[in-house]
Design a protein around this ligand. Sequence first.
Ligand SMILES: Cc1ncc(COP(=O)(O)O)c(C=O)c1O
Length: 446
Amino acid sequence: MRTQIVHPGADNLRYEIRQIVEVANAIQATGAAIRWENIGDPVAKGERVPDWIKEIVTQAAAEDLSFAYSPTKGLAEARAYIAHERNLEGGIQITPDDILFFNGLGDAISTIYGALHPRARVIGPNPAYPTHSSAEAAHAGAPHITYRLDPENGWKPDLADLAAKVAANPDIAAIIIINPDNPTGFVYPEETLAAIVDIAVRHDLFLISDEIYSNLAYPGSGMRKLAAVVGKAPAIAMRGISKEFPWPGARCGWIEIYNRDQDAGFDRFARSLLEAKMLEVCSTTLPQKVLPRVMGDARYYPYLETRVAGYDRRARRAAEVLGGLPELIIHPARGAFYMTAVFREGTLRPGQSLPLAPQVEAIIRPQLGEALDARFVYHLLGATGICVVPLSTGFNSELQGFRFTLLEPDEARFETILQTLRGALADYLASDLKETPVRARLAGAA
Ligand SMILES: Cc1ncc(COP(=O)(O)O)c(C=O)c1O
C-alpha cells in the first residue's frame, strides 16, 4: 500500500478467549474430545432456552414489523419497559430517551470508545475483560490503563490504586466497573461502588458500569446496580440479553445514560453516540420486540433464579475442589458464570509440563510463549481436552492464572471436569520437582 493502512491501535486488539479455539479445533481434529470451558455462551454449553421464551420469539417473528428497521434509539415499547423497570428499582430515575439500543454490548463498547476524544482515557479493572480493554487501548493507541482487583482480598478493587492512578493522569476521563465481574465473578459491595462514584465526582469523571450480568447475581451477593448510588455523577450503564435470556446470537444490548443534564461535555458525548448509531440506521429489531414480553412475563424472574442457583452451587463446589490446592488462590463467584484461579507466586516454572500425545504436542509447541499461565493452559488443553483461558494474556493481567466457566449444566460432567482439572493442576505443578516430600504433598492434595 502506498500509505499506511493499519491503524496504530491494531496490535492492541486481541481476544484470547476465542483465539485459543483455533488451537482446540486442531486438537479436536486429531480425535480428542474438547471440553469448552472458555466461552461465556450458555446456549452453546447446552443450557435449554425455555419453551415459553421460544414461543414468544416465534409469535414476534410472525409479525411483519419484526422484519422492519427500528428507530435509531430502539423500539419505543422496549425503551419504555426498561425505563419503567429501572425506575421501579429506585435510585436514579430515567426516561425512554435516556436509553440507546446496540447490536449487543460489543457494539456499544466499540462505539463508546470510538467516539471518545483521542486523548481521553478510560481506566478499567485488572484482570480486564478484553472487549473493553482492547477497544479502549485501540482507541488510544496505547496499553489500557487498569486498577487492581485484589485476589488476596476476595477480588475487591484496590481503591487506593484507582485513586492514585486517576489523580496522576489528567487524561483519564472515565472509570469502568464490570458488576458482576467477568472474569472473577466478583460482585461490588454497595460501599465500594459508592467509593468509586466518589472518586469519579472528585475528579470530574464519568462512569461506565457494565451490568450485563446484573440479573445473574447470586442470592446474598449484595448486588446493587450503579443506578442505586450514582447520585448526580454522569454515567453509562450497560445491559443486554445475551447472558440473561440467554440469547447471545440476537446481538441485542442497550445503554442507560444517567445525569446527562449535569455536564455539557458529557451531554455532547452522549449525543455523539446517538449520531454514530444513526449512521448505522438502527440495531436488531426482533429481540427488542420480544424484550418486554419476555422480561415482563411472570415466569422470567423465577427462571433466572433457577439458573443462578445452579451457578452458585457450581461456584461453591469449584472453590471447594480447587481450593484444596495450596498453590492456588480461588474465591467462589458471587455473580455471573465464571471463576478465576490465580497461581501463587513461584508456583509456575518454565520446566513444568503434562504428558502429550506426539501429534498434540506438535500443535501445542508453537503456542508456548513466555506466559507461564498460558503454558499451563495449553498443556491442560493438550493433555485433558479442557479449554480454559489464561489470565495474563486473556485478561491483560500481571497475575498468572486462568478463567473457567460454571456453565456445564450436567452436574456429574461438571464434577468430572473439576476433578480432572485438579488432577492435572497437581501433576503439572509437581512435574519439575525432584524432592519427594513436595511431590508427595501435591499428590496428597490431588
Ligand atoms: C462483561 C461483558 N460485557 C459485554 C459482553 C458482550 O456482550 P454482547 O453479547 O452483548 O456483545 C460480554 C460477553 O461476554 C461480557 O462478559
